[in-house]
Design a protein around this ligand. Structure first.
Ligand code: ZN
Length: 134
């Protein structure tokens, strides 16, 4: 039986570079080169100083659960349901929407420490997800 692959996220001029870093196993955060403000998700202009010059830093991968929801539907191919969708406060100060894995639903608590894990699908697609720190 062939496992269906997940639908890939849109990758355009403003965010393809982020997915290229994920493919290398890195969770990165865009940084304004003018005022050093971090921003996520990626976008072309700094909302603090309007500079369009940017680079990025590699996140340490540690964070805390800010909030979450459990997704039962709609069901797309390539995912195992239910999915715990997590908003994670990264140690660097930015937030990322991701998936909480390897955690029983009853054990999920707001504020719990998390660690990023680069999940690799059968087709090689890499996606940063988070696990509880034990
Ligand atoms: Zn700036």
């Amino acid at each position: 039986m062939t496992e269906l692959s997940r639908i890939k996220p849109p990758m355009g001029d403003d965010n393809a570079w982020w997915w290229q870093q994920a493919a290398l196993g890195k969770l990165v955060i865009q940084r304004c080169q003018q005022c050093q403000t971090l921003r996520h998700p990626p976008h072309p202009m700094c909302n603090q100083c309007r500079s369009m010059e940017w680079d990025f830093i590699e996140a340490c991968g540690r964070g805390h659960l800010h909030t979450y929801t459990v997704l039962h539907n709609p069901r797309f191919p390539g995912y195992q349901y239910p999915i715990t969708i997590a908003v994670v406060d990264l140690e660097e100060g930015e937030r990322i929407v991701s998936q909480l894995v390897d955690c029983e639903r009853d054990a999920v608590t707001i504020g719990m420490p998390l660690q990023m894990h680069m999940q690799e699908d059968a087709d090689g697609f890499k996606l940063p997800v988070f696990r509880p720190v034990v």
